[in-house]
Write a protein that binds this ligand. Sequence first.
Ligand SMILES: Cc1cc2nc3c(=O)[nH]c(=O)nc-3n(C[C@H](O)[C@H](O)[C@H](O)COP(=O)(O)OP(=O)(O)OC[C@H]3O[C@@H](n4cnc5c(N)ncnc54)[C@H](O)[C@@H]3O)c2cc1C
Length: 119
Amino acid sequence: MSLGRKERSIFDKPLSKFQNTQFTLAEIASEIQVGRSFMDQLVLQHMQGKNLVQEVSMAKYWVCEMENRVASRCLQLFGGYGYCKEYEISRMWTDARVQTIYAGTSEVMKLVISRGLGL
Ligand SMILES: Cc1cc2nc3c(=O)[nH]c(=O)nc-3n(C[C@H](O)[C@H](O)[C@H](O)COP(=O)(O)OP(=O)(O)OC[C@H]3O[C@@H](n4cnc5c(N)ncnc54)[C@H](O)[C@@H]3O)c2cc1C
């Protein structure tokens, strides 16, 4: 079951035609692109054998927090349907939540980063 942003209408207007929806999706797409570029850069540097403890901690912290922001904002666009388990976005939102916890919490990543900054 899906309820695409182009199908759902409110006040006789598709959700995708509201500026809020357009801006939200533009912001989300930009954040994802920034995260992807950072990850791609780290993969290349890792393959060159560089020591990336600081950068990888930044990526783990920032990308996982970003995933939560994105999932939450996407769920909001679905309204009440987004909270229902039948909708994929509900599962994505739940799955995103653990990312800031396992394999090192965001707080622990920030500890590593701040040590790298000499603090
Ligand atoms: C689904 C799932 C799968 C997992 N799979 C694995 C696995 O395959 N292998 C494995 O080894 N582990 C695994 N884990 C464990 C996971 O890595 C830990 O949950 C994670 O490292 C956080 O540790 P903790 O749960 O003991 O939280 P705690 O260390 O008790 O942290 C509790 C809170 O305190 C904060 N905190 C802790 N220390 C500090 C500090 N010094 N400064 C500031 N804040 C701090 C944390 O950020 C967190 O908010 C998994 C966990 C989950 C949920």
